[in-house]
Structures are given as structure tokens and as C-alpha cells.
Design a protein around this ligand. Structure first.
Ligand code: SF4
Ligand code: SF4
Length: 378
């Protein structure tokens, strides 16, 4: 395997915040085995050994819950073990997704030294952030997360702001976009909020509806496109993927593949799941500590007809997708946004996507052509 990406959960779903919409806490409530604790040294060594044996390039990603609750020594020992075991010329890199509330200067030194790419959860301006991202005592976490963003800038650590699209952020999306740009947070990802498993969509205080999603996508696109034309270097992951696809390349977002890909989510006890949104008992693929399991085998299951039902089922699409004009860009979207087999796998945002593409396609194509002619900037 050329490249292997892992999504490791050092403390399972443990977190110092209690965000209203946390999908991972919701998933944990649906599992038999809750509260798996902190990852032990044996599990770390097995993960590192098997990853380095499987691929020439390994990307170790950490997520939670809040992964930094494992403590800095956990990460220092992890990286030291990687250094000890990696072969000459083997490439390794690190990413981490954090709420940024507890990161000291020592963490910053460590991130900088090891070349971490950080994903910082920041739901925009104070009001939209604090409405949903509260700590265990009910206090908003904006000030601490924002201070972390400034510290990342000060230390010149590359980071993306990860903004969940929900009712509260949608209401203020233009202010949020402008706030991020004003502060120099140019790498942005906007992630649609998930409703709880098994519950009717759209019923939570934070729920994102298809109409709101469509309106947010259009607004963000208009703002982003205007900045692209003015030479402002804003990166919005979803739009950049569309441009890449129009240029003949491959998207890097799994929701744009037309089928789920293997995300290698590894829980603190070593259990492997195919995707963060499906870390449920029904989809567990084994434990990485099992001597018979390795990352090559897991990858083979994800691309073959092996009875790993998650991937086989993920290729099923709404009957309308095959004749859809927008399929080459949309490809049916994320499986968590699709209805059940009985309902025909319809993506709840289907009409929103159709209207968004009709709104943006001319400008997406123009931008793709401009980038081909001016690859170093418009
Ligand atoms: S469910 Fe969504 S996030 Fe998970 S692998 Fe499939 S497309 Fe990606
Ligand atoms: S817009 Fe709708 S029909 Fe078209 S590809 Fe996307 S989900 Fe399928």
C-alpha cells in the first residue's frame, strides 16, 4: 500500500466539552461497550507496527472525543515509537482534531516539532459557537478555542477551522465567513451537522434542514468565489474538491467518491470501524490487536467483494442518481445523509445539491479554467 491514513481515538469519546450535537457521544450510546478508557501502550505499539509494515506513507490522525485528554506524554511516546520503528525514507505525518480548550505552549512546541496539521473546531463567532459548544458546567468555550487559534498562528502551526453547519451557524454564515477571513483563518471546512441516530431528522434545536443547507451553500459559494477572483487565498474544502473534479482529478473527501472508503477508525481498545459516522457494533471490522488482522487486509475488504457489508451497501444509490446531470460532481453524497433502503437511499440534501450546482456551475467551471491557465494564482 502506498499511503495509509488512520483515525485514532486515544480516549474514545471522552471530552471536556458537552456539545449539543456531538455525533460521537450519540454513537457511543448505541454501542454495547461504552467508556473504553485511554489507549494503552500495547495497543499503540500494535497500531504503529502494523501501519509502518503496511504502507510507505502513514498519516496518523487523532480524534475523539477530545484526543488531547490522553495527555501530552501519550503523544510524545507515540511519536517516539514511530521514530524508533520507521524505516529510512518512510514518510509519516500527523493530524489532530481538537476543541483547542486545553492546549498549552508545550503542546504548541510539540505540534510544531512534529509537523502536525491541526483541525480546530470553531463554530464561527462567539454567539453561534457558544450556543452549542459548552463545557460540562454549561459555559461557552469560544474564548478558549479562539485563543487556541491565535496561538496556532503565533507558532505558525498549519490549521483548518472546522465549523459545523447547523441552525445557529447557518443564521450567521456571512458574519462567520468574514470573521474567519478577517482573523486570517483561511483554511475552512464546513461540516453539516448530523441528527441523532434513529431519530426523525430536523427535530433538534441545532438541526440543519435541506432548505437551510442549500441557502448556506449558495451564500458561502458566492463569498468564496468573490474572494477567489480578488486573489484572497481562502480554501473551503468542498468547493476546492469540486474544482479539482472539474479539472479531471480525484476528490479527497470520501462523500464525493460515490461509495464509502476505508477511514480506519481505531477505538482506544483497538476495535476498528470503517468510518467515524459508523463506529457502531454492527460495523466493527475486528480488533487491530488480533494477530490475524492488519491494515492491508482491512483495505482489501474495503475494495473487494469480501463480506464487509458496510462498503458493499455504501455503493447503493438512489435510482435518480444514475440519470442525474450533477452525478459527476455530487456522486450521491455521504451515506449518513441518505435515507434507508426502504426509502430508496435518497439523499436528504438532493434537491439542495441540484439547486446549488445550478447556481454555481458556471463559476466553478470558470475558476477551473482560470486555475489551469494561472496555476500560481489568479
Ligand atoms: S458514511 Fe460518509 S463520512 Fe463515512 S465513509 Fe461514507 S461518505 Fe465518508
Ligand atoms: S443531486 Fe441528487 S440525484 Fe443528483 S447525484 Fe446528487 S443525490 Fe443523486
Amino acid at each position: 500500500m502506498k499511503k495509509l491514513q488512520l483515525l485514532i481515538k486515544p480516549v474514545s469519546s471522552a471530552c471536556n466539552l458537552k456539545c449539543a450535537y456531538c455525533f460521537y457521544r450519540d454513537e457511543e450510546q448505541h454501542r454495547m461497550d461504552r467508556g473504553r478508557g485511554r489507549m494503552d501502550t500495547e495497543t499503540v505499539k500494535v497500531i504503529v507496527d502494523k501501519a509502518l509494515a503496511a504502507a510507505q506513507t502513514c498519516v496518523f490522525g487523532f480524534q475523539g472525543g477530545e484526543p488531547t485528554l490522553a495527555g501530552l506524554p501519550f503523544f510524545e511516546e507515540f511519536a517516539a515509537y514511530v521514530e524508533q520503528k520507521k524505516r529510512p525514507r518512510q514518510q509519516v505525518s500527523y493530524t489532530i482534531q481538537t476543541n483547542g480548550t486545553e492546549l498549552s505552549d508545550e503542546w504548541m512546541d510539540f505540534f510544531r516539532e512534529k509537523g502536525f496539521l491541526v483541525g480546530l473546531s470553531l463554530d464561527g463567532v462567539r454567539r453561534s459557537h457558544d450556543e452549542n459548544r459548552k463545557d460540562q458546567d454549561g459555559a461557552g468555550s469560544f474564548s478558549r478555542a479562539f485563543a487556541c487559534a491565535e496561538k496556532l498562528q503565533e507558532y505558525r502551526i498549519p490549521f483548518h477551522v472546522l465549523c459545523v453547519l447547523n441552525r445557529q451557524t447557518a443564521e450567521r454564515i456571512e458574519a462567520i465567513y468574514r470573521f474567519f477571513c478577517r482573523k486570517g483563518f483561511y483554511a475552512q471546512q464546513y461540516i453539516p451537522c448530523l441528527d441523532p441516530l434513529g431519530e426523525q431528522r430536523g427535530k433538534q434545536s441545532y438541526s440543519l434542514t435541506p432548505a437551510v443547507f442549500e441557502s448556506v451553500m449558495k451564500k458561502l459559494f458566492d463569498l468564496w468565489y468573490a474572494d477567489q477572483m480578488s486573489g484572497v487565498p481562502v480554501y473551503i474544502r468542498q468547493f476546492e474538491n469540486y474544482v479539482e473534479m472539474l479539472a479531471g482529478g480525484q476528490p479527497e473527501a470520501c462523500s464525493m467518491y460515490g461509495k464509502c472508503s476505508m477511514q480506519n477508525v481505531i477505538e482506544s481498545d483497538g476495535t476498528v470501524y470503517p468510518c467515524d459516522f459508523y463506529a457502531l457494533d454492527a460495523w466493527a471490522m475486528g480488533n487491530i490487536k488480533d494477530p490475524a488482522l492488519d491494515f492491508v487486509k482491512l483495505w482489501q475488504w474495503s475494495v473487494s467483494e469480501h463480506p464487509a457489508p458496510f462498503f458493499r451497501e455504501s455503493a447503493k444509490r438512489d435510482a435518480r442518481c444514475s440519470g442525474c446531470r450533477w452525478y459527476p460532481l455530487c456522486r450521491g453524497g455521504c451515506r449518513r445523509d441518505c435515507e434507508t433502503e426502504k426509502e430508496g437511499f435518497r439523499n436528504v440534501y438532493c434537491e439542495a445539491y441540484q439547486n446549488f450546482f445550478a447556481h454555481s456551475i458556471g463559476r466553478l467551471e470558470r475558476l477551473t479554467a482560470l486555475r489551469r491557465h494561472f496555476p500560481y494564482g489568479i
